[in-house]
Design a protein around this ligand. Structure first.
Ligand code: ADP
Ligand code: MG
Length: 671
């Protein structure tokens, strides 16, 4: 057996059952071993006095009277006995499990897992536990056709077949000793079936360290690659023609835009290699700054490229750039483009007749050859993996790198999470913007809201309505959006032109819908979260988010950023009946502040409550087990260690560290 073998090799598995596990991303035996539980059922015995009504727990006690079984109807029966825990006598019922009678002997100590009924002082048993010791049962994320039981069975089968013994250590002994970490095999075993809480904590610490360490090592390697290329590109741009372009803008730059642009330009003009993050809240005007930097590169005879995560954004930036610089030759590359057109575009990029390129991931495909690529920009940079960013960089001969993000990330965290980079911040909104007014309403108040929207549309306003987010299923997302559109069409009849956009549409369709909305040929756009990033329609002033409590703060903030882009007063209506406290808190915070930094910090504080879907939006990479806030001390230590190792010349061939190279290779992309 090998770690890369399909699960089909395990006992009790066929190709069919192995395939079911694919839904969970488990393809190989190794994937299975590293598929950790997300929590544990606590089978540690409790005192009856600590139980609350309805709680599921384990009670241990001595059996007082023999179990008797009462039958009352077809295959329906109740097994009853009493146990004594200290001075307390507790009744235990098991329904329809008469065979347990033999297992219950008077005088024996027994552990029962069940549900506590406080009023009757009775435990409804669900399970008699084999051993009385402390026990923790793993609970995994499952999928259709793969149950908890089948996962546990599969992992046990993998352990029995000694697959675990094949799992290589990936941290060097020096690190294990220094941080007193469990070895990898012990840690993986204990992640699934810990003997007790203490062992689990040990295992978790090791796995978290491993995860954060390789993340940091990867960043450090990237950084030292950067450093090794000593002579950074010098881009001697023409200040006068750039000033002329700035003067032609329909608005003056804000002070923060000017400052950020200057920082970027001075990096570009110097021989130092630019590696800069441009942070600015939604609507703060990052695109113009990026465009001007690209123009500067153009004046020095360099090509530049702007990579964005979605087709819609690519289109939009393409149009913005064309609007800003009508005299330049600007190309767009995205997967939606026809083969013939693409061929012409690729040729024009390669021979240098194109000045600027905008596009999606299509920009980093092998077929794309640039001509004197001097500046590369990534918008919504957290949507791209480390490897994608690396590929982008390698498209040029050490081009200057600018990354943009709309999510304010606390500075220390930004540095640690993204490696050492310079940061420019646009912390000022263009003049004349009115803060968005945010209201939280319950579903019962929707009628009032719709009435108000009708009036506003009558006055020329445009509206986004975001349909609820369904975490598991894109198909359900769509169904929801379609139903919502139908309801709204019903309601508004002739008083509003309504359209729908969703992720399953073809790019041309999306584009058409978006263009029509931009041109005010429609008044109300029902949308799934496909419009979440960057879309710009200044006349849209109302944003309604259905079931807003299903979104995380960062994502809500992003969505809200679609309005408030012009000089008119804008509104965001959060429609939600949250069931949890954290849901309520999020709704309240949204109505209280529009400050992205405050929201980012709140979001990070709340993360880990396990119900925030928008973690990707926070701009911080996701980890399997580690949490960047909670585990910040581990992250810091991992960073220090990784930097120390990377600073040693030829560490890759040093026997002390060479073991790390393989681990690094396996984990060099976090997306
Ligand atoms: P984001 O930072 O979210 O990418 P955009 O670059 O899309 O923001 O800018 C949002 C809107 O603000 C656009 O319509 C843009 O033309 C406009 N804008 C940008 N800078 C200014 C400015 N200095 N004054 C007025 N409007 C501006
Ligand atoms: Mg933007």
């Amino acid at each position: 057996m090998q770690l890369q073998d399909s699960l089909a090799i395990l006992k009790g598995f066929g190709p069919k059952s192995a395939e079911k596990f694919h839904k969970l991303g488990i393809m190989t035996v190794e994937d299975l071993l590293l598929y950790f539980p997300f929590r544990y059922e606590d089978f540690k015995s409790k005192s009856v006095f600590d139980l609350v009504d309805g709680e599921k727990a384990v009670l241990t006690g001595t059996v007082l009277v023999p179990a008797n079984v009462q039958y009352y109807g077809f295959k329906r029966n109740r097994l009853h006995f009493k146990i004594k825990q200290g001075d307390a006598v507790i009744g235990v019922n098991f329904f329809n499990q008469p065979y347990l009678q033999d297992k219950v002997e008077v005088g024996q100590t027994i552990a029962v897992f069940g549900k506590w009924d406080q009023r009757k002082q009775v435990m409804t048993g669900m399970k008699v536990l084999a051993q009385v010791e402390d026990d923790m049962q793993p609970v995994y994320h499952v999928a259709q056709g793969v149950s908890q039981a089948s996962l546990v069975k599969a992992i046990k089968s993998a352990f029995d077949s000694e697959a675990l013994a094949l799992l290589p250590e990936n941290l060097s002994q020096i690190l294990l000793d220094k941080y007193r970490l469990l070895d990898r095999q012990s840690a993986v075993r204990a992640m699934h079936f810990p003997k007790d809480l203490a062992e689990y904590k040990q295992a978790l610490r090791r796995i978290k360290f491993e995860e954060l360490f390789f993340f940091q090592l990867n960043l450090q390697v990237l950084k030292s690659e950067n450093r090794d290329e000593t002579n950074g590109l010098v881009i001697p741009y023409d200040r006068a023609s750039l000033e002329a372009e700035i003067a032609k803008l329909p608005f003056p730059l804000t002070g923060a835009q000017e400052r950020s642009l200057d920082e970027i330009l001075s990096d570009m003009a110097s021989g130092a290699h630019m590696n800069r993050l441009l942070q600015g809240d939604v609507g703060s005007g990052k695109t113009v700054v990026a465009g001007l930097a690209m123009y500067a590169a153009y004046t020095a005879g360099f090509q530049s490229a702007l990579m964005v995560p979605t087709e819609i954004l690519a289109e939009q930036h393409y149009e913005s750039l064309q609007g800003l610089f009508p005299e330049l030759s600007i190309a767009i590359l995205s997967s939606g483009i026809k083969a013939a057109a693409k061929k012409t575009t690729l040729a024009a990029i390669e021979d240098g007749s194109v000045d600027m390129v905008v596009g999606t991931h299509a920009l980093i495909q092998e077929a794309v050859q640039y001509h004197k690529l001097g500046l590369i920009i990534t918008d919504e940079q957290h949507r791209f993996g480390v490897n994608q960013r690396r590929l982008f960089r390698e498209k040029g001969d050490n081009p200057d790198v600018l990354m943009m993000t709309a999510t304010p990330i606390p500075r220390t965290l930004a540095i640690t999470a993204f490696g050492e980079m310079d940061v420019s911040i646009i912390d000022e909104l263009p003049a004349g913007r009115k803060p968005i007014i945010t209201r939280w309403v319950k579903h019962q108040q929707l009628d009032t809201v719709l009435g108000w929207i009708k009036t506003e549309i009558g006055k020329g306003a445009q509206v986004y309505v975001i349909s609820p987010l369904i975490e598991e299923s894109e198909a359900l997302d769509l169904k929801n959006a379609v139903a919502l559109e139908a309801e709204l069409k019903d309601y508004f009849a002739d008083s509003a032109r309504i359209s729908l956009i969703h992720g399953r549409m073809k790019n041309e369709e999306k584009d058409e819908v978006m263009q029509a909305f931009k041109a005010h040929e429609t008044d109300l756009l029902v949308s799934t979260t496909v419009i979440e990033v960057g879309v710009n329609v200044p006349n849209a002033t109302i944003m309604v988010i259905m079931d807003a409590d299903r979104f995380g703060l960062s994502q809500l903030h992003q969505l809200r950023g679609r309005v408030g882009r012009g000089s008119k007063q804008s509104y965001t209506i959060l429609v939600a009946n949250p069931k949890t406290d954290s849901g309520k808190d999020r709704m309240t915070i949204m109505t209280e502040t529009t400050d992205g930094f405050v929201l980012a910090e709140e979001d990070l504080k709340m993360r880990g409550s396990g119900e925030i879907f928008g973690t990707r939006q926070s701009g911080i990479p996701e980890f399997k087990t580690a949490d960047l806030i909670e585990d910040y001390p581990i992250l810091e230590e991992a960073r220090r260690m990784a930097a120390e190792i990377c600073a040693q010349p030829n560490w890759q061939t040093d026997p002390n560290w060479s073991i790390l190279v393989q681990g690094l290779r396996e984990r060099s992309d976090f997306d």
